[in-house]
Design a protein around this ligand. Structure first.
Ligand SMILES: *Cc1c(COP(=O)(O)O)cnc(C)c1O
Length: 389
């Protein structure tokens, strides 16, 4: 019986103990026992895939990884303590001194810091390209370029990059295409099926979707994951088995949650279109989105993030945040509860004014992570706050 990937992910389970529990057990242990010296020797010699130590592998962590692999259509994966450790491991394991990384400039703030501030310390160079200038991308590739790194939709500007075009470019020049699929989630978009070599996630966001735990995961080509695994096994950014157990359960509800997040987000985006207090509103599945056609081609839904620009700039941003009665002011996204954020003063505050300008983060930019509350309650809170401007 050829089951749907969602069914497979929900029903996949690494182990069932003698208790025959239905929900997956939690393997909260730092190490694993061996019957005898020979079994232990064989495990250390990589002749078996027995668990040795939870920095290397753990059944609860493996179950979460397996579920992400099924959802993404990936061969293999490794889970890490946070999204940033997944991003960092994918760079450190696969790039070396003298290599060049080509990255879109519209990326998560900490990823930008890693590429700009830390990779150069190890002799890894980079060039940023603009999301909306695909005609320039190929000319930025150098003989030493080894990886292309992108997010789509981008954070927080919601630009859409054409994954099939990027994959063709990567294949032509023999580069690794590494995609942060945090915003879309595999429910909406499967970059590996479009030709990406690796997918990284902050599992902290939609994958958990309930604001409880930090986590990260990188999935993709087996040979690349092997290198990432060996790097992580020695350097230690392992995911906690407890977090993995929480996240594995979250994967069972990911599709149903994302469908509601996306339908609430589309409702909000349509209702706020042409609002007099906004310069513009952006959502991938609004026909006014500049890359709407690409979004429709590679995404099943528009995701749970909506952003807009207040015409009143910084002062309007402050008043808007202070006028909201229900939406949470918190440094996260991808939760059951709707969240508002002001990137210029928070996630992207470490960028220079000029860097913020080039990635489109203006003083009045507001990002809404649309939750699972009733859609009119979310809309009404935003409308009453806009009315005070
Ligand atoms: C939050 C986020 C990250 C970093 O994940 P953490 O779990 O916070 O370390 C990376 N990429 C994107 C797009 C994010 O939103």
């Amino acid at each position: 019986m050829n089951q749907h990937r969602i069914t497979k992910a929900i029903r996949s389970q690494v182990e069932r103990t003698n208790e025959m529990e239905h929900s997956s057990p939690l393997f909260l242990t730092s190490s694993f026992c061996f019957e005898n010296a020979e079994d232990m020797r064989a495990a250390f010699a990589d002749e078996t895939d027995d668990n040795i130590y939870s920095r290397f592998s753990n059944p609860s962590v493996q179950e979460f990884v397996n579920r992400v692999c099924i959802m993404e259509g990936a061969e293999a994966g490794f889970a890490t303590a946070s999204g940033m450790s997944a991003v960092f491991a994918s760079f450190m394991a696969l790039l070396k001194q003298g290599d060049h990384l080509l990255a879109c400039n519209a990326i998560f703030g900490s990823t930008h810091t890693v590429i700009t501030k830390y990779l150069p310390k190890y002799g890894i160079e980079h060039t940023y390209f603009k999301a909306d200038k695909p005609e320039e991308w190929e000319s930025l590739i150098r003989p030493t370029t080894r990886m292309i790194y992108v997010e789509t939709p981008t954070n927080p500007g919601l630009d859409i990059l054409d994954l099939s075009a990027l994959s063709a470019l990567a294949k032509k020049h023999n580069l690794i295409l590494n995609v942060d699929n945090c915003f879309a989630t595999p429910v909406s978009q499967q970059p590996i099926l479009l030709g990406a070599d690796l997918v990284v996630h902050s599992a902290t966001k939609w994958l958990d979707g309930q604001g409880r735990v930090l986590g990260g995961v990188v999935v993709g080509r087996k040979d690349l994951i092997k290198d990432i695994y060996l790097f992580c096994r020695s350097t230690g950014p392992a995911m906690s088995p407890f977090n993995a157990w929480v996240l594995s359960k979250s994967m069972e509800t990911l599709e149903v949650r994302m469908e509601r997040h996306a339908s609430n987000a589309l409702y909000l985006a349509e209702a706020l279109s042409n609002h007099p207090k906004l310069n513009w509103i952006k959502y991938p599945f609004l026909s006014s989105h500049p890359q709407h056609a690409i979004a429709k081609k590679q995404m099943r839904d528009g995701g749970g993030i909506v952003c807009f620009e207040l015409s009143g700039g910084l002062e309007a941003g402050r008043t808007f945040l202070n006028s909201l009665q229900m939406l949470s002011l918190t440094a996260n996204l991808g939760d059951t509860r709707s969240i508002v954020s002001h990137p210029a003063s928070t996630t992207h505050a470490k960028l220079t004014e000029e860097e913020r300008q080039t990635v489109g983060i203006t003083p009045g930019l507001i990002r809404i992570s649309v939750g699972l509350e009733n859609k009119d309650d979310i809309l009404n809170d935003i409308l009453q706050a806009l009315n005070r401007l």
